[in-house]
Design a protein around this ligand. Structure first.
Ligand code: HEC
Length: 144
C-alpha cells in the first residue's frame, strides 16, 4: 500500500514521538531554549563566591559588552529604566535562580511598570558561564 505508507511517513515527519515511544517526551515538549537552560546546573547551592564576583563585574559592565547597572542601577536597587532586583517583589517570575537565568536570556518584551523593554542578555549575548554568573549575582542580591 504505497499511499498509506506515504501518509504514515508524513505523519511521522511532523511528530517527535515517532519511533521513540514516550521516552523523553517531557523534554520534547520544552522548547530549545529551555533545553539549553536545563543543561546548566541551576541549583542555587552550587553558586560559588568567585562566580558571584564574575557576575558582579558583568552586572557593572566591567566585563562584556553590556551593563545591567545602566538600567537597574549600580546596586540593582532600581534605576530610571528598570526595577529593583534586590527586593522580594518579582514582576515576571518567582525570582528563583532558574527563573532569573531564563529572564536574562529572554529579556522583557512586555514591561509591566517601566516604559522601555529589556533586550535579551541586556543587549549583548553572554557565554553560558557568564550568563550563569550574572544570574547568580542577581539571585544573591535578594537571597544573601
Ligand atoms: C535597557 C535597560 C535594561 C538593561 C540593560 C537590563 N535590563 Fe533587566 N529589565 C529592564 C526592564 C525594562 C525590565 C522589566 C521592567 C518592567 O516589567 O516594567 C527588566 C527586568 C529584569 C528582570 C526581571 C525583574 C522582575 O521583577 O521580574 C531581571 C531578573 C533583570 N531585568 C535582570 C537584568 C540583568 C542581569 C541585566 C544585565 C545582563 C539586565 N537586566 C539588563 C531593563 C534592562
Amino acid at each position: 500500500m504505497p499511499i498509506l505508507r506515504l501518509l504514515t511517513l508524513s505523519v511521522c515527519a511532523f511528530s517527535l514521538a515517532c519511533g521513540s515511544g514516550d521516552k523523553g517526551r517531557e523534554s520534547d515538549d520544552r522548547d530549545d531554549d529551555e533545553k539549553a537552560s536545563a543543561a546548566v546546573n541551576l541549583d542555587p547551592s552550587s553558586i560559588t563566591a568567585s562566580e558571584i564576583a564574575l557576575g558582579d563585574s558583568i552586572f557593572h559592565g566591567l566585563i562584556g559588552a553590556t551593563s545591567c547597572q545602566a538600567c537597574h542601577g549600580p546596586k540593582g536597587k532600581s534605576g530610571a529604566a528598570a526595577p529593583d532586583l534586590t527586593d522580594t517583589t518579582w514582576l515576571h517570575s518567582d525570582g528563583s535562580f532558574p527563573a532569573i537565568y531564563k529572564q536574562i536570556e529572554t529579556g522583557v518584551m512586555a514591561p509591566k511598570q517601566f516604559s522601555s523593554m529589556m533586550p535579551p542578555f541586556g543587549g549583548a549575548p553572554l557565554t553560558p558561564e557568564k550568563h550563569r554568573a550574572v544570574a547568580a549575582y542577581v539571585y544573591k542580591l535578594s537571597h544573601p
